[in-house]
Design a protein around this ligand. Sequence first.
Ligand code: CA
Ligand code: CA
Ligand code: CA
Ligand code: CA
Length: 328
Amino acid sequence: MTKFKYYFILIITTFSLFSCSKNDSTEVEPIRDFSVQYATDITDIEEYLKTYTIRVVDHPGFTDDQDVTYTKITDAASQPSIWSYLNNTTFPKLLSRDVLLYDITYKVYYLVLREGVGASPCNVDGVLASYKGDYLEQTIASEVTTLTATTFEESKYPQQMLSLYSTIKGWSEIFPKFKTGSYSTNNDGTVSYNNFGAGIMFIPSGLGYYSSGSGSIPAYAPLVFSFKLYEIQRLDQDGDGVPSYLEDVDGDGYMNVFETGVLNPDDTDGDGIPNFVDVDDDADGYSTKSEINNPATGLSYPFADIPSCSGNTTDSARLKKHLDKSCH
Ligand SMILES: [Ca+2]
Ligand SMILES: [Ca+2]
Ligand SMILES: [Ca+2]
Ligand SMILES: [Ca+2]
């Protein structure tokens, strides 16, 4: 009898759970598998590269210089595809960068219209940039699927620096491949930019907004950004007095952030916290800020003048004391 009672309760419970989920009208789609979505995205991006052509404004000194318009190819003979610039020896030049994130290697294509002549940001610096963003999606009309690109944002006159540390991953991976230009102040106080880096990046959704989308950008949409890099701002994320780009130990322009246990070339003491966000880079118990302080002036040494443990300040290959655990 007790046994029967137990089964009865179990059946009721099971049924009520089942009917509950059945009546649930707001079903949430589980987040898609990243590798499956990436395969879809890269197919769409490559289709876009092969079926669209660009027109670039050449108007030095004016705000529309290097503006880009995209057009779907209707005449292959007169309209070169973006793909036709792949590994070109002159500009425009279509290149790609492999980005490893959560065990997936994303290929990010970027078109270099112009490299620029100034300095490159590292991947955690601030950038003053104008940009136009499009998202890609497959739309179905009359049972025909078509890849479409929709512009969601255009920022022609940048007012503020954007930190690559907090933008989408795609931006922080591609901006370091470009340089700023030169600028001059006009009589009316406005600034003219010349010879700045300009390009287009093609970002899989896993390095963009992925399942969340953003504003009018749908979930899982690959993004196409044309951009111009006007100025950079060197940031110091850990506030130790050494700008982050000078905490890039292997000098590749990227502050790597890896999971603990993975050898990170930008993490001197190997504690899993890369130097640019580690206040004690060599784990000697003394903060970097205190180690690079010049007792004669009470100020931080300029980076190039930070001495080694033995006091050497001229050997360019010396290990600076804030990275040497044997002194402080
Ligand atoms: Ca720093
Ligand atoms: Ca690095
Ligand atoms: Ca560290
Ligand atoms: Ca230290």
